[in-house]
Design a protein around this ligand. Structure first.
Ligand SMILES: Nc1nc2c(c(=O)[nH]1)N[C@H]1C(S)=C(S)[C@@H](COP(=O)(O)O)O[C@H]1N2
Ligand SMILES: [Mo]
Length: 417
């Protein structure tokens, strides 16, 4: 691509997003000359390749792409997190094997033949469903993100964490979730008129449980059985989990075992002492369910290094618990000027949305940022705006703008602006 034809749309060399629609990024491409003709045959072309296999595995050359910061709390096994390595991924679907994990006491080894989902409480007919019974109800699927409300909490640290993006923002992932709409099962048991909440319990040893307003349960809640076309993986809730599109991950109770229909919330530990929002007056705000509008540039990001000055793609993910992403703006001059990124074709409600921009980097130190706006008009706040409105002990629901600094040598680090 001839540099003269690219239109600069914001300060420091941000280019028109249509550059991507037209294609033709030049960086790293080697122009073949007319006489190049006889390209050498590589070794792998000289003999038949490997046979078919029952299960496809990633290339061994991609073995560095794995969940990061895998750790259990001291003195426990399986109480902790692992992060999705977004710095190495593209698109809006996270491979199931790389979906982040958050377990409060490890992954239970559930026998699907013995597992039951029991729905009881303020209902006409309490019922017990095994996996076969559930399989006979209509199923639906949808592409949605799942984000832990503790995601990006590391961005509250007084100094920017110098670690790959995933160590800060890796507790979000996108999947196609398939299963039975909870509303169908609630109709089957017959919810009584005075019912207002459901209490969902997991079959793990702490029996993690959360209260969910009945409106959400009847709206888009799913008893999920499938993730990205296959049965849920054990770490993501096999054989069934509650899935609440757009709401904090904690409420999507894995290994779902009982649903009790009630007229009030249960005030479980996972919605009072934990997963509540400490206010400036010392009180805790309960039940902040939807995840706020947010975005992060995944490439370039910490740990990735730019080569020589030239044209680069800036790419990342944006999402909102309130619906679709309306726009993502990019700045490559530390927030002085902004221009819209191009959104990939799948802009879905409560889903990861992939954005891309083109940047002609002149080799000078630069700060790059993304800012998302959702269809409700909510705009992702700057880190500073976000901090002025919260008390120091409020950890959850961080959705501030992430800034990356590109140094003259191409190294990318985490910065606060
Ligand atoms: N039963 C049960 N459900 C659970 C949890 C758990 O520890 N036990 N963790 C919750 C939290 S805090 C989050 S963020 C999500 C994480 O889902 P994932 O591990 O599939 O990514 O599951 C939620 N559901
Ligand atoms: Mo979470």
């Amino acid at each position: 691509m001839d540099d003269d034809t690219t239109e600069v749309v914001a300060g420091n060399g941000l280019l028109d997003r249509r550059l991507f629609l037209r294609g033709g990024l030049a960086g790293g491409t080697v122009l073949l000359t007319a006489k190049a003709g006889g390209v050498e045959r590589e070794d792998w072309m000289k003999a038949p390749g490997a046979p078919m296999d029952e299960i496809g595995e990633p290339s061994p050359h991609e073995s560095h792409v794995k969940r990061t910061s895998v750790r259990s709390s001291p003195g426990t096994t399986g109480t902790g997190v692992s992060f999705t390595p977004h710095e190495h991924l593209d698109g809006i679907i996270t491979p199931s094997r790389l979906h982040f994990e958050r377990h409060h006491s490890g992954v239970p080894d559930i026998d699907p033949g013995r597992h039951r989902l029991i729905i009881h409480g303020l209902v006409e007919r309490p019922l017990s469903f095994d996996l076969n019974a559930l399989g006979r109800y209509p199923t639906v699927s949808g592409i949605n993100f799942l984000e832990c409300s503790g995601n990006s909490g590391a961005a509250l640290a007084p100094n920017p964490v110098q670690a790959p993006l995933s160590a800060v923002h890796g507790l979000v992932a996108g999947s196609e979730w398939g299963g039975v709409p909870l509303s169908i099962l609630l109709d089957e048991v017959g919810v009584k008129a005075e019912a207002k909440w459901i209490i969902a319990d997991g079959a793990d040893s702490p029996m993690m449980s959360r209260s969910v307003p009945l409106d959400k349960a009847m709206d888009d809640a799913l008893v999920a059985l499938y993730q990205n076309g296959e049965r849920l993986r054990p770490s993501n809730g096999y054989p069934m989990r509650l899935f609440l599109p757009g709401w904090e991950g904690n409420m999507s109770v894995k290994w779902l075992r009982t649903i009790k229909v009630t007229d009030q919330p249960a005030m479980t530990k996972d919605e009072t002492s934990k997963y509540s929002d400490l206010q400036k007056d010392g009180s805790a705000k309960l039940f902040s369910f939807p995840m706020g509008v947010k975005s992060v540039i995944t490439s370039p990001s910490h740990g990735l290094t730019l080569g020589p000055a030239g044209i680069y793609q800036i790419s990342g993910i944006a999402w909102s618990g309130a619906g679709k992403i309306a726009r993502v703006e990019i700045s490559v001059d530390g927030g002085s000027s902004w221009a819209d990124a191009a959104l990939d074709q799948h802009v879905l409600s409560k889903s990861l949305t992939r954005f891309r921009s083109a940047w002609r980097w002149n080799g000078a130190k630069s700060i790059i940022m993304s800012r998302a706006t959702d269809e409700q008009g909510s705009v992702q706040p700057s880190r500073e705006q976000l901090l002025t409105n919260r008390s120091p002990g409020f950890f959850y629901h961080y959705n501030g703008i992430q800034a990356w600094q590109v140094a003259e040598n191409g190294e990318v680090t985490n910065v606060y602006v």
